[in-house]
Design a protein around this ligand. Structure first.
Ligand SMILES: NC(=O)c1ccc[n+]([C@@H]2O[C@H](COP(=O)([O-])OP(=O)(O)OC[C@H]3O[C@@H](n4cnc5c(N)ncnc54)[C@H](O)[C@@H]3O)[C@@H](O)[C@H]2O)c1
Length: 349
């Protein structure tokens, strides 16, 4: 079989870290992959120069992943159609809000038989509920779309610190192909078939992380935080059972589940938000402006949509943490009452 050509769609913090891995891996496997890796980069001017030009001459994404050299065979391209044309493998690593628009541009330019993977965490909020990003990509482009999620902070991965990740792929061949593309001695990959659960974990962990932040805000200790993490995990499992039939419990014990949950509940933006919600009276929007300066917190949006799905099905009683986090984010509940909502959790009955 001819070597496969790879296009990375996205080039932010995580996009650049994964580009480093892919750039080196394709060179190690010349029979399997083409050497040139095309990376779609949304054009920006940094210090008077185009970011694509900086990446292609200095081999460093100085804006999104400063201090890390990218392999020279990774080529930044500002036109997504040029980048994706002819690619056999598409790696999606854009912030979720840009996915639909970028897919619309790519439509009609995808090589027949191409396969995709989404490394994008979060749900698309449709108003009528939630939609998995990999499903949007598959629908828009007519390709199979696997997912990759895990406790994978981009900076640590780029610095080659050991971690694990999970690929969810409904077909074995696609899962193996992407594993070959991204696995390294410091980035270990497990492949599972339960792709929807893998992706769901990547979004729901942000709701639990707000709960962990509230624990910090109300000055409770490690025992309480561990209880919140465990109860959050139980609600994630239950949510899978209710809304993603066929969801397997084992998937929650992969990196995409418990490991990403623990990492996010100790670091990360949504944990920070949970602590801030206790310490000030500001709205989520005000806190967003103050803490993130223009970006948005995923957790409150996911909590709101998840809770409207729970309400519709009359399931709120079974998910006291998701419900409490949502109410606290909406400012209709005092964060000091968070723990009392968990005392009679269904997981204790
Ligand atoms: N950063 C991490 O540590 C990490 C780890 C694992 C997964 N992820 C996931 O990866 C995804 C991407 O995150 P990131 O951290 O790389 O993002 P980022 O915030 O670093 O990058 C933002 C990217 O969006 C691009 N962009 C800005 N406006 C755009 C537009 N209008 N159209 C298209 N692109 C535009 C920017 O050029 C930049 O490349 C997210 O879903 C995130 O959850 C991130």
């Amino acid at each position: 079989m001819a070597p496969k050509s790879v296009c990375i769609v996205g080039s932010g913090n995580w996009g650049s870290a994964i580009a480093k891995i892919i750039g080196y891996n394709v060179q190690r496997q010349p029979d399997a992959f083409e050497k040139k890796v095309k990376m779609y980069m949304y054009e920006e001017i940094v210090d008077g120069r185009k970011l694509t030009e900086i990446v292609n001459t200095d081999h460093e994404n100085v804006k999104y992943l400063p201090g890390i050299k990218l392999p020279e065979n990774v080529v930044a391209i500002p036109d997504v159609i040029e980048a994706c044309t002819g690619a056999d493998m598409l790696v999606f690593v854009l912030p979720h809000q840009f996915v639909k628009k970028v897919c619309e541009q790519m439509k009609g330019h995808i090589k027949p038989g191409a396969v995709a993977i989404s490394m994008i965490k979060g749900f698309a909020i449709t108003g009528g509920g939630i939609q998995l990003i990999s499903h949007i990509i598959a629908q828009e482009l007519g390709t199979e779309c696997a997912v990759l999620m895990g406790a994978n902070l981009a900076k640590e991965v780029a610095e080659e610190e050991f971690c694990e990740t999970t690929i969810g792929s409904k077909t074995d061949s696609t899962g193996q192909l992407f594993k070959d593309l991204v696995e390294t001695p410091y980035f270990r990959v497990a492949v599972v078939k339960d792709a929807d659960t893998v992706e769901m974990c990547g979004a729901l962990k942000n709701v639990v992380a707000i709960g962990a932040g509230i624990v910090d805000g109300i000055k409770q200790g490690d025992n309480t935080k561990a209880a919140v993490i465990r109860l959050g995990l139980m609600e994630m499992i239950k949510f899978g059972e209710e809304f993603f039939p066929g969801s397997r419990r084992n998937t929650f014990f992969e990196s995409c589940g418990i490991a990403d949950l623990v990492a996010t509940c100790h670091g990360g933006r949504n944990r920070m938000l949970g602590a801030a919600v206790v310490e000030s009276d500001k709205t989520i929007q005000e806190l967003e402006k103050e803490i993130l300066k223009g970006q948005s917190f995923q957790g409150p949006l996911v909590a709101r949509e998840v809770c409207s799905m729970l309400e519709e099905k009359g399931l709120c009683d079974k998910f006291p943490m998701f419900v409490a986090v949502n109410k606290i984010c909406q400012r209709v509940m005092d964060p000091k009452l968070f723990i009392s909502c968990l005392r009679n959790h269904p997981a204790h009955l």
